[in-house]
Design a protein around this ligand. Structure first.
Ligand code: GLC
Length: 755
């Protein structure tokens, strides 16, 4: 990521000078928060609500020229409460020392960073890891990410992203838990538990951040930062449950979303922030803006200037101003003009001070800055092994015909622009993952099959020029000169491993796409190779669901390998060789075409669902079938599983009673394998229209070859409750359908009644 090193070097050179001054012999007095608050001037209170990116990187539009000096003075005089993107135990210690020494009360900074899927050891992108449906795994990788980040002076991450999204054109789907509310909520909880552990003051845990509150994943057209139009039922039943669960789990912080919801920007949304989050949900943590989202209230057109923006944001319940300088420049005057009560500012400051106290910073501002620990923690062997395990468990086997997998062939051609790419598997939002540090696909195959005769051809370029977080990805070249070499190596091989997909920065923030097929010349290359050798295993590396209709129709074996992080090549080789039997399931639907978007499994019935063939008056596109390419929850295994009919403990339940749903799953193959058994329900008649299916439970279990396992689920009132027509939360009596199966579209069905 590009850095704005000017600000950073300015702070460090200056603070180095100041550290020769008398050191603070003791951390800030161990005052209770109220005591501390009572000592603070209005300026000092507002300073706690001000956050700058002063590290080696930028993750948003950088500071305007000439702001550096102002920011330095503010840092020195207690005008900054937290920073982001300043990394490394040594750098953080020096900056903390400077602030503790130079400010009147010596209140320490919080150091924050986007630790999204690992810090130095990089794990699969969150959407990829979500495909593992392994909550313990996701908690463990978040815990390791926290341990590494905390060893480097970071004590607050801006993760997990809890945005549900059904639009793969939106580049940030790579950062979340997919399209489903239940799965996304459970994954979010696992990640928060991983980051925060049981004690925020522990030097191996960091504060989490439930983001982006709210509705960002429904940006119109899948275009990042675009407007959001959702009804209140959609907001309450689909978008907010993950955030409510995060608040109940005491995620240490929340972050505003950039978008408006039906005309009200989230940073100034009193309903979201004061009525729901801080009111009904009784949330006590601080809400940080997204990058200058307070200042963007002016751009949205609901504030004339920074003062109005500050007034709207603080009154709505937004606490910390990231990179906006809106609060620091305007709040004092607003209080003096009685447009903002000092009580509102005190509430925000209390939340910030409580976070600092919970992190242990008020007792010891320097506890996270140990260079020796940093050196011993980052990228260690255990972390890399966990990354390899997370990678293989995230892989989804989409198709396996022609007896190509697990690999048996000895003459193997590896072809594609991503095959030797050691950077793209690291993915976007890579924190301190070193550029070009991943085990490439080719390296993984080579290491796993030392006896095989492996040939290679790049085939085509995927993208040229600088490929980084901050700049546009260059468009791919129209250069077919590598095709012939690829055709030649393919012709002479028993099997061809085609490694195609997206580079790291083709998804992520500000990376929306209007078409979501294989970028550039990759499909053309694949078709040329297919002409000379049909024994192709297509290995996809991508940050979003792709439209792959020709591939799905013609290629015998297809593996979804996302961007799997530091150990990607080994993870993929473990699956292709059968060392690990693939167990992943799609957390997001793969549409047949971009024209189908949004297409997702838990859609409503409509008044005209697809009915008798030949009858035209039903909800569909004339030029494509309604079903997706691959549905939510889909994923194959080298094993095969058979499901018994569902057995219910009761046919009728009363309010407050539980229902047990049982199936027997048999592994009918000769290979031990894991299966994700999925439970869905349908509320047949409600006071509002209800989804045709809703995930309400899942169990991932190993079933040995030839053996069976009984899987039981309990359904209770909380599983059947929703925000009803009058927006109250609860159940409604009536008929329900229950589904259990291996994907959202391959299920056993039963019915029961709720009295
Ligand atoms: C970015 C992202 C947000 C991130 C923040 C700080 O614009 O929207 O998710 O945490 O800025 O980097």
């Amino acid at each position: 990521m590009k850095g704005n090193s000017v600000i950073y070097s300015l702070f460090i050179s200056t603070s180095l000078f100041l550290t020769n001054c008398e050191k603070a012999d003791e951390p800030v007095k161990n005052n209770k928060i109220e005591n501390l608050l009572s000592q603070m001037t209005l300026d000092e209170k507002i300073g706690q609500l001000n956050q700058y990116s002063i590290g080696a990187e930028l993750t948003g539009p950088g500071a305007k020229e000439g702001q550096n000096k102002i920011r330095y003075e503010q840092l020195k005089n207690g005008g900054v409460g937290s920073v982001l993107n300043l990394l490394g135990a040594k750098n953080a210690r020096e900056t903390q020392q400077f602030v503790v020494d130079s400010t009147r009360l010596g209140i320490p900074l919080i150091f924050s960073y986007d630790v999204i899927h690992g810090y130095k050891t990089i794990f699969p992108i969150p959407l990829g890891e979500s495909a593992s449906w392994d909550l313990e795994l996701m908690q463990n990788t978040a815990a390791v990410a926290a341990k590494e980040a905390a060893a480097s002076g970071v004590m607050w991450t801006f993760a997990p992203m809890l945005d549900i999204s059904r639009d793969p054109r939106w580049g940030r789907v790579m950062e979340g838990g997919g399209e489903d509310t239940y799965l996304g909520t459970e994954i979010g909880k696992a990640r928060i538990r991983g980051f925060q552990g049981n004690d925020l003051s522990d030097i191996t845990t960091i504060a989490a951040c439930a983001k982006h509150f709210a509705g960002y994943g429904f940006s119109e057209g899948g275009r990042d930062y675009n407007n959001v139009y959702v009804g209140k039922h959609q907001l309450l039943n689909t978008i907010l449950p993950a955030f409510k669960a995060a608040a109940q789990l005491e995620a240490a912080t929340f972050m505003n979303a950039f978008n408006d919801i039906d005309g009200v920007p989230s940073s100034a949304n009193e309903y979201l922030l004061r009525e729901l989050l801080k009111g009904e949900w009784n949330y006590e943590g601080p809400v940080v803006s997204d990058w200058n989202s307070f200042g963007e209230l002016i751009t949205h057109g609901i504030a004339n200037d920074k003062s109005e923006a500050a007034q709207l944001a603080i009154n709505a319940g937004s606490d910390i101003d990231m990179e906006g300088s809106v609060y620091i420049e305007s709040l004092k005057q607003l209080v003096e003009d009685n447009k903002v009560s000092e009580g509102k500012i005190d509430d925000a400051v209390r939340r910030v001070l409580k976070l600092k106290q919970d992190l242990g910073l008020l007792d010891d501002p320097f506890k996270y800055f140990d260079e020796e620990r940093e050196k011993n923690t980052l990228l260690n062997a255990d972390h890399l092994e966990l990354a390899r395990d997370a990678g293989r468990k995230s892989i989804v086997l989409l198709k396996n015909e022609g007896d190509l997998l697990p690999l048996k062939a000895k003459n193997i051609a590896v072809i594609g622009p991503l095959a030797k790419d050691k950077d793209s598997p690291i993915g976007n939002w890579r924190a301190q993952g070193e550029t070009g540090s991943a085990v490439s696909f080719y390296e993984g195959i080579e290491a796993a099959l030392p006896e095989a005769n492996i040939t290679y051809a790049e085939g085509c370029k995927l993208s040229i020029g600088p490929n980084n977080f901050f700049n546009e990805v260059e468009v791919e070249e129209e250069d077919r000169s590598g095709f012939q070499e690829a055709i030649n190596v393919a012709r002479n091989a028993d099997v061809v491993l085609m490694n195609l997909g997206e580079t790291a920065y083709f998804s992520g923030e500000a990376r929306s796409r209007s078409e979501i097929g294989l970028p550039g010349l990759q499909l053309e290359l694949l078709k040329e190779v297919y002409k000379v050798n049909k024994n192709i295993v297509l290995v996809l590396m991508n940050g979003r669901p792709l439209t792959i209709p020709w591939e799905a129709e013609n290629i015998p074996a297809i593996v979804e390998a996302w961007h799997l992080g530091s150990m990607a090549g080994h993870s993929i080789a473990d699956v292709l060789t059968g060392k690990y039997n693939p167990s992943g399931k799609l957390p997001m639907t793969f549409p047949r075409s971009v024209g189908q978007i949004p297409t997702y499994y838990n859609h409503k019935m409509t008044g005209r669902p697809s009915t008798d063939p030949g009858m035209v008056f039903y909800s569909h596109n004339m030029d494509i079938e309604n079903s997706p390419q691959y549905p939510f929850g889909f994923g194959l295994s080298y094993s095969t599983f058979e499901y018994s009919p569902i057995a219910l403990s009761k046919e009728v339940i009363n309010k407050g009673e539980k229902l047990t749903v049982s199936v027997t799953v048999k592994n009918t193959s000769d290979v031990d394998g894991e299966e994700v058994v999925q439970l869905y329900i349908r509320d047949v008649v409600g006071s509002i229209t209800r989804p045709v299916k809703e995930l309400k439970g899942f169990k991932k279990l190993m079933i040995k070859a030839g053996e069976s396992a009984q899987v039981d689920f309990e359904i209770g009132e909380e599983d059947l409750a929703f925000y009803r027509k009058d927006f109250t939360f609860g159940t409604e009596p009536g008929d329900f359908e229950v589904f259990v199966g291996t994907s959202s579209s391959d299920v056993q069905t039963a019915t029961f009644k709720l009295n």
